[in-house]
Each structure stands twice: as C-alpha cells, then as structure tokens.
Design a protein around this ligand. Structure first.
Ligand code: HEC
Ligand code: HEC
Length: 246
C-alpha cells in the first residue's frame, strides 16, 4: 500500500511536467514532420530501385515517368513479373486511388509482384508522394514511344470504373446469378451471408473488385470473383440491383 501511495505521488508531480515537455516537443518536432511530407523526400524510399524525371532509365524497378493513366506492367523494355502484367491485363491502370492501395501493401494488392517494398502505412505520406509522382505524368520518356502514343486515353480509371462504365445485361446477369443464389438469397434475407439484393451498382461492383485485388480476403468470394470477367460483373450488378428485397 505504501508503495502504491508513493507511486501516485510521483505520478502526480511528474505528469504535469511531462505534459509541458510534450507540448514543447510538439513545436520542436513539427518542422521535421512537414519536411517528411515532401514528395521528393518520401521518394527517397523508392530511389534505390526507381528513376524518375526527364531521361529516366529502368533500374531494379521500371522508371516512373508518365505513370498516371498507364496500364500496370506495360512499359516496353522492362521485365515485369507475370503477376504485374496480369494485373495490367485485367484492367489495372495507375491512378491516385490505385497507387494509394498498391503502396500501402504492395504484396497484398498484387500478390506475386516482384517489388520488394514493405509498404507505406501512413495515408498522408502516400498522398504526398503520389501528388509528387503525378507531377511527372506529362514526362514522356524518349525511349518509350508507346507511352507517348497512348497519352490520349490517360483518363481511364480503375478496374471498378471500367466495369461501372459498362451497361450490364440484366438477362445475362439473371442467368449467371444461379451460381450466387445457392448462398445469397434472392428474397434478400440474410442469415450469416450478406444480402446482395437491391444493392447499388457502384457498391456491388466495388465489393467484387475488392475481392479480386485482395482488399477483401474472403476465400469463397475470391474464388467466385476470379472466374468473372468485366461483362459478367456488370451483368450481375445490373440484375441484383433491379431486384427488391421481400
Ligand atoms: C527494392 C526495390 C524497390 C523499391 C524500394 C520500390 N520499388 Fe516499385 N517496383 C520495383 C520492381 C522490381 C517493380 C516491378 C514489379 C513487378 O514487375 O512485379 C516495381 C513496380 C512499381 C510500380 C508499377 C510500375 C508499372 O510500370 O506498372 C510502381 C507504381 C512502383 N513500383 C512505385 C514505387 C514507389 C512509389 C516506391 C517507393 C515508395 C517503390 N516503388 C519502391 C522495385 C522497387
Ligand atoms: C458459397 C457461398 C457463396 C457463393 C456461391 C457466392 N457468395 Fe458472395 N458472399 C459469400 C459470403 C460468405 C460473403 C461475405 C464475405 C465477407 O465477409 O467478405 C459474400 C459477400 C458478397 C458480396 C459483398 C456483400 C457486402 O455486403 O459487402 C457480394 C457483392 C457478393 N458476395 C456477390 C456474389 C455474387 C455476384 C456471387 C455469384 C457470382 C456470389 N456472391 C456467390 C458467399 C457466397
């Protein structure tokens, strides 16, 4: 008991002082924090493997000029992993949203890709870095005629945006839904398995996309979604979106 009392007493006089120290420390630290958030400084974590700016060359990783709006794994002359090329093949285009997900946990976002970078957890740092990378988007590298030629369709969005732009065929969706209603009830009742009846198209498509790229990890759904192409996802979204829960 005596010891507890003593500890309390120390605590009582120490805590206000600690608060004062932290208050002062916050001011001392803040210029350093601001510095941390410069895109150029953050690129220090990428520099060992990536070059950027006019005349940039491939290093361990591909150069990052003209990145925004470019299909993943698509610069000629760089030897990408099969996983990165497949991601591009199934519609992954680099934009701020996709980079934010990729740079958070590269290995989870594209399993099997060859970039040995653990990831950048802090969202504000990723935003700052991506903003800085974006400023090199107009740079068309001299050795990359393909990037220069395709700059017209650089507005393309993410996977999900590509699917959302498709007009889903409701009848085709109804036909495909046979595979889904063994688990998800057409009535909209949910017992353990979520209802997907009357779900807004946008939410539906993004949910499936998140299984595809491993943001959502449910194995059962990942298996289903991996077999679905863009037309099929659009058709299913259309069909389930038009049903009403009973
Ligand atoms: C240890 C080396 C290494 C580090 C560090 C690294 N990368 Fe990479 N990066 C790679 C490799 C290798 C690839 C190609 C991956 C593949 O083909 O699977 C790649 C691919 C990429 C791609 C895809 C490019 C394309 O053309 O599709 C982007 C974007 C990227 N890296 C950004 C970054 C950023 C931003 C950082 C710093 C936060 C970073 N990388 C850190 C090695 C690295
Ligand atoms: C074997 C059972 C099963 C089958 C078949 C199945 N699902 Fe699922 N589905 C699930 C489970 C379980 C979840 C919840 C998973 C989770 O927690 O992420 C889910 C989640 C979903 C979600 C996300 C719902 C939400 O509220 O976020 C959508 C959308 C979805 N499924 C659509 C489909 C479609 C479309 C099909 C048919 C192509 C299908 N599912 C087939 C079991 C199944």
């Amino acid at each position: 008991m005596k010891q507890i009392g003593a500890a309390r007493k120390i605590g009582a006089c120490f805590l206000p002082r600690l608060a004062a120290i932290l208050f002062v420390a916050a001011f001392l630290v803040s210029p350093a924090l601001a510095d941390d958030l410069s895109g150029e400084a953050l690129f220090g974590q990428c520099k060992a493997c990536h070059d950027i700016g006019p005349g940039a060359r491939h290093k361990v990783g591909p150069h990052l000029d003209g990145l925004m709006g470019r299909k993943a794994g698509s610069i000629p002359g760089f030897n990408y992993s099969g996983a990165m090329k497949a991601a591009g093949g199934s519609g992954l285009v680099w934009n701020a949203e996709m980079l934010k997900l990729y740079l958070e946990r590269p290995r989870d976002f594209i399993p099997g890709n060859r970039m040995s970078f653990r990831g950048m957890a802090e969202a504000d740092k990723r935003d700052a870095l991506i903003g800085w990378l974006e400023s090199f988007s107009a740079v068309s590298p001299a050795d990359d005629p393909a990037a220069a030629a395709s700059s017209g369709d650089h507005q393309a969005g993410s996977f999900a945006d590509i699917v959302l732009a498709l007009k889903g065929d409701r009848d085709y969706g109804e036909y495909l839904s046979g595979e889904c209603v063994t688990c998800h009830q057409v009535s909209g009742h949910a017992d353990g398995i979520p209802s997907i009846v009357g779900v807004p198209r946008d939410y539906f498509v993004r949910a499936l996309f998140e299984y595809k790229v491993n943001i959502r990890s449910n194995e059962v759904m990942k298996l289903r979604v991996n077999n679905l192409g863009n037309e099929e996802i659009a058709a299913l979204a259309e069909y389930f979106g038009t049903l009403s829960p009973q």
